[in-house]
Design a protein around this ligand. Structure first.
Ligand SMILES: Nc1nc2c(c(=O)[nH]1)N[C@H]1C(S)=C(S)[C@@H](COP(=O)(O)O)O[C@H]1N2
Ligand SMILES: [Mo]
Length: 331
């Protein structure tokens, strides 16, 4: 989602964002075999996850299992994106603007010790240690589609719990209408903080009812392990009906506010990235269509694009949040 500014000279349009992937033919064939047909149904989810971990994970991170979530809509049976793709094709601009940069550069991120500061219109503000956040509620596994504004998607088994569990614990005041998320901006460990592509720290926001929706996940892991650094360790947001950029990584501050907070991408290009950022095939990005998407892992020369679904397919769960709103205006 690189944008053009007079001084960075970047102009990555749509097509060039979809960098051709290396072909790992044998591995992919194996995955297809594992996930295909009847075997696929049996191997979907847990078993497939374990199989994936064994096949593509030579150096595992610490285990972080979660019980399968019972939240409505929290588990899609679609084929999982391989761990390798999900952890090597990333957006994390603090570590560079190329999709391969985060996996290359994020090793410098220090995730221990870590704490998240809760502040603003809330009865129990304070600094919450990661260890305490991890235990605040039971860890669940949720298999979500993730759709990036650039036109690609993945299916990832996240581990975490509903953000609402944390919000209830810290007791927002009645005046709190929005939740703002601020992420780490440490120039010593993040080589691109200080670049002028975005203003730092990376900021995101949700309306209170969006933040309280059971599908909104505070995530600590994926594929049964703690998050890799390039995926936003040690704690990030996953909001499956919104474009990927709403999913703030490496969160250090959660602030309860009364007004719609500024967000990093909206500040960078307000006409391209609105506050809501709901996945919507009917509202084009000014420079490209949002009607279709490419599933990462299916990007062979002849792979068909998929139709993008309203709210990324989560309309039954979240459509009500936007009843009566003009989604063309509130993009
Ligand atoms: N702090 C921070 N969070 C971020 C970003 C970023 O650049 N910095 N990029 C966003 C974008 S554009 C996307 S698509 C997702 C990508 O998450 P993933 O790499 O785990 O797939 O992270 C989002 N969260
Ligand atoms: Mo994105």
């Amino acid at each position: 989602m690189l944008i053009r500014t007079p001084d960075n000279g970047f102009d990555h349009g749509h097509a060039s964002e979809i960098t051709p992937r290396g072909v790992y033919a044998e591995r992919r064939q194996l995955m297809r075999w594992m996930a295909g047909g009847a075997a696929g149904a049996a191997l979907a989810g847990w078993a497939q996850r374990d199989a994936l971990a064994q096949v593509v994970r030579p150096n595992k991170l610490a285990a972080l299992p979660g019980a399968r979530s019972a939240v409505a809509g929290a588990v899609t049976m679609e084929k999982l994106t391989s761990y390798e793709d999900a952890s090597s094709y990333n957006n994390f601009y603090e570590f560079g603007t190329d999709k391969a940069d985060p996996a290359r550069n994020a090793h410098t991120l220090k995730t221990d010790p870590w704490s998240v500061e809760i502040e603003g219109l809330v009865k129990k503000p304070g600094k919450y240690a990661l260890e305490d956040l991890l235990k605040l509620s039971a860890q669940e596994e949720r298999i979500y589609r993730m759709r990036c504004v650039e036109g690609w998607s993945m299916v990832i088994p996240w581990v975490g719990y509903s953000l609402s569990a944390l919000i209830q614990k810290v007791e927002p005041q009645p005046g709190a209408k929005y939740v703002e998320f601020l992420t780490l901006a440490d120039p010593k460990t993040m080589p691109f903080v200080g670049s002028r592509v975005l203003s730092w720290p990376y900021a995101e926001g949700l309306r209170m009812d969006e933040a309280m929706h059971p599908l909104t996940l505070l995530s600590f892991g994926m594929y049964g392990e703690v998050l890799p650094k390039q995926n936003g360790a040690p704690v990030r947001l996953v909001v499956p009906w919104k474009y990927g950029f709403k999913n703030a990584k490496s969160i250090v501050k959660i602030r309860f506010v009364d007004k719609e907070p500024a967000t990093a991408w909206n500040k960078a290009a307000a006409n391209e990235y609105g506050f809501y950022s709901n996945v919507n095939p009917n509202v084009d990005h000014p420079r490209w269509s949002q009607a279709t998407e490419r599933r990462i892992g299916e990007d062979g020369l002849f792979a068909k694009k998929r139709k993008t679904l309203l709210f990324n397919g989560y309309e039954a769960q979240v459509g009500q949040l936007y009843a009566g709103m003009d989604l063309k205006k509130n993009y």
